[in-house]
Design a protein around this ligand. Structure first.
Ligand code: NAP
Length: 266
């Protein structure tokens, strides 16, 4: 499969490496588009694909073009891209907040997939929500799903509006988790541990608890109750969380993230 990646920063390179790792494409069939001369030389040194400029006619031979530039860089690129895409090219955009109908209109193109990955894609443990142009063929959808699955799990949404909720829940989700871990580590420090010991206690707890959750038949409430005996220490913490609305504010924060995602895409 001929693949072009436009924007070879963090995300673009994650996809390039994942496609090579899972034999989706070969190094010689992978084009890396870069506009900046210094960065071009750096990309060439990585030796994972052929490095070209955004308007190189060779891009028109691609089955798939991935758009992985920052949303604010899209407009500058669009006229070059328009010239090198054929009606059969699948365009897969991971740019946050640029809706399918806008991509269709600006690029005058129909086969568009819009995906919202999250940062654990770097380890092949991400989750990506995606939507597509109406009327796109099942074959193209399957191809896109295969590609996205090289970096973790995928969920397809017919209703593109739900990608704002995906952004708020799983896109931003890793930051919520790090925030929770950070505050637990800080609490450990307040109780007298040094940072390293506190971080080890918290990180291994999160890892173990995740695996318990993933392998258990119990509901989340049952898992909580199993740790929180009546009148005990866990209950003391949970009562404080509830009294201070921690759960409520967490949900409110996530819903605010969804609102912001909607504002940015309008
Ligand atoms: N990072 C995440 O966790 C995440 C999650 C979901 C979605 N996304 C989306 O993924 C996209 C990329 O994010 P990122 O974190 O990978 O950003 P990034 O590291 O800044 O990468 C963007 C790359 O695009 C290049 N670029 C800019 N204009 C270009 C042009 N005209 N032609 C060719 N290349 C150009 C930039 O080069 P220069 O540096 O030389 O300008 C940079 O290497 C964003 O739209 C973001 O919304 C990211």
């Amino acid at each position: 499969m001929q693949i072009t990646i436009v924007g070879c920063g963090n995300m673009g390179l994650i996809y390039a490496r994942a496609f090579l790792k899972y034999d989706i494409t070969k190094r010689e069939n992978l084009l890396l588009v870069e506009k900046n001369e210094n960065r071009k030389a750096e990309l060439m040194k990585l030796d994972i694909g052929n490095v070209v400029l955004p308007d190189d006619p060779i891009i028109s031979k691609s089955d798939l073009v991935i758009l992985a530039v920052k949303p604010q860089d899209f407009h500058e690129l669009s006229s070059a891209l328009k010239k090198v895409m054929t009606p059969n090219t699948i365009l897969l955009s991971i740019m946050a907040g640029i809706r399918i109908n806008k991509l269709e209109a600006v690029l005058n193109h129909k086969n568009i997939i819009r995906a919202m990955p999250n940062s654990p894609v770097e380890l092949g443990m991400g989750i990506t929500g995606f939507s597509a142009s109406s009327g796109i063929s099942l074959e193209y959808l399957r191809k896109a799903e295969n590609l996205l699955s090289t970096t973790g799990r995928t969920v397809f949404f017919e209703n593109e509006d739900l990608l704002d909720a995906v952004t708020a829940l799983s896109g931003s989700g890793p930051a919520y988790f790090f925030y929770l871990v950070k505050n637990m580590v800080d609490a450990g420090k307040q109780m007298g541990f040094d940072e390293g010991v506190s971080a080890m206690l918290v990180k291994q707890t999160m890892l173990g608890a995740f695996h318990l959750l993933n392998s258990s038949n119990k509901s989340l409430d049952e898992l909580i109750t199993a740790v929180a005996s009546k009148g005990g220490t866990t209950e003391a913490a949970l009562t404080t969380f509830e009294k201070n609305g921690v759960g409520k504010y967490l949900a409110e924060g996530i819903i605010n993230a969804e609102k912001r995602a909607k504002e940015l895409s309008n």
